[in-house]
Design a protein around this ligand. Structure first.
Ligand code: SF4
Ligand code: MG
Length: 318
């Protein structure tokens, strides 16, 4: 499996209103073709900002974004146009990303009209094919977004995102706004599409049980940085960073493990403001095992065991 994308982002800013938020810092993430990287962390940790930097919806002020070895950090929007179709995004709230005044058939056709070189007959055929792929009915094309349930609207959002056969789809909390019963259907749909269309996903979620089902690898984010990364099963079985341990301890255990139920670790305090991050290890004000060194020295994301990285001075050894 060849290396598809490497993102190495020094600093990524999002301009929200007039405020510039230093939201992602010193993040390096490699995504290989065909895999799903689950990006997890509490809300406000910079997951969505990172996602928007990856598809260049936000500017990267310092650092690098490599796509198949090509540095795309400084490319202008017109230079990015051919690439745009290969990097797509699915948003949390499909109603906010779908124009309510347009029929969903048109919404799905839009990227095909903008980027594709298809005749209008071919566009219609492709839209029908996409509706079938995402499990919508042919006559749904004439409807408006409000005539659908949340799950169906997300199917429309997914159809739009895959319309141009992208290589990488960034899924930003794609099921968080949906009823639990619908979540599983959408997760299954995403898994089917990945297999059929050979898609690569970055799956962002705060719900770890969802991420666990779909991810090949996991990257845990805290306050704008990745604190742990590795194969999903390993990170879930033996989280090494105190923050990952707390997050994972909160996931209900379905199967009985030989070691018995995990003890739940409750984190106190809120996520500090990314505008004024704590000194040293950014997690130290909430870390149950912090010592003086943690307050002054920032731990680097270092190899912990083959394929795994942890940013902690005292990772739990297994
Ligand atoms: Fe906790 Fe220190 Fe590790 Fe940070 S470096 S996670 S404060 S033990
Ligand atoms: Mg978010």
């Amino acid at each position: 499996r060849s290396l598809a994308k490497r993102f190495s982002i020094g600093t990524c800013f999002s301009a929200e209103g007039r405020r510039t938020v230093h939201a992602v810092d010193n993040v390096s993430l490699t995504v290989r073709r065909g895999e799903t990287v689950g990006l997890v962390g509490e809300s406000g940790c910079g997951k969505s900002t990172l996602a928007r930097c990856l598809v260049r919806l936000y500017d990267i002020t310092d650092g690098k974004l490599l796509f198949e070895g090509d540095d795309i950090t400084a490319k202008s929007l017109s230079e990015l146009r051919p690439l745009r179709r290969r990097l797509q995004m699915v948003f949390q709230d499909p109603s906010a990303s779908l124009n309510p005044r347009r029929r969903v058939g048109d919404l799905v056709a839009e990227p095909l009209r903008i980027h594709g070189k298809l005749s209008s007959k071919e566009v219609t055929a492709r839209v029908a094919e996409l509706f079938d792929l995402v499990g919508l009915l042919p006559d749904h094309v004439m409807r408006y977004p409000h005539e659908f349930s949340g799950g169906q609207r997300q199917r429309v959002g997914i159809a739009r995102a895959i319309a141009l056969n992208p290589d990488l789809v960034v899924l930003d909390e794609p099921v968080s706004a949906l009823d639990v019963s619908v979540q599983a259907q959408i997760v299954n749909l995403l898994a089917d599409l990945q297999e059929k269309l050979k898609l690569t996903y970055i799956f962002i979620a705060h719900d770890l049980s969802v991420v666990r089902q779909v991810s090949t690898r996991i990257a845990v984010m805290y306050l704008g940085s990745i604190v742990e990364e590795g194969p999903a099963e390993d990170v879930f079985a033996t989280p090494a960073h105190p923050y990952s341990q707390a997050l994972i301890s909160a996931v209900p255990v379905v199967e009985t493990t030989p070691t018995g139920a995990r003890k739940r670790i409750i984190l106190t305090g809120d996520v500090p403001s990314p505008l004024k991050p704590p000194s040293g290890c950014r997690f130290h004000p909430r870390c149950p095992i912090a010592v003086d060194r943690c307050r002054s020295e920032r731990p680097e994301l270092k190899e912990y065991s083959p394929g795994r990285k942890v940013a902690c001075h005292f990772p739990t050894l297994t």
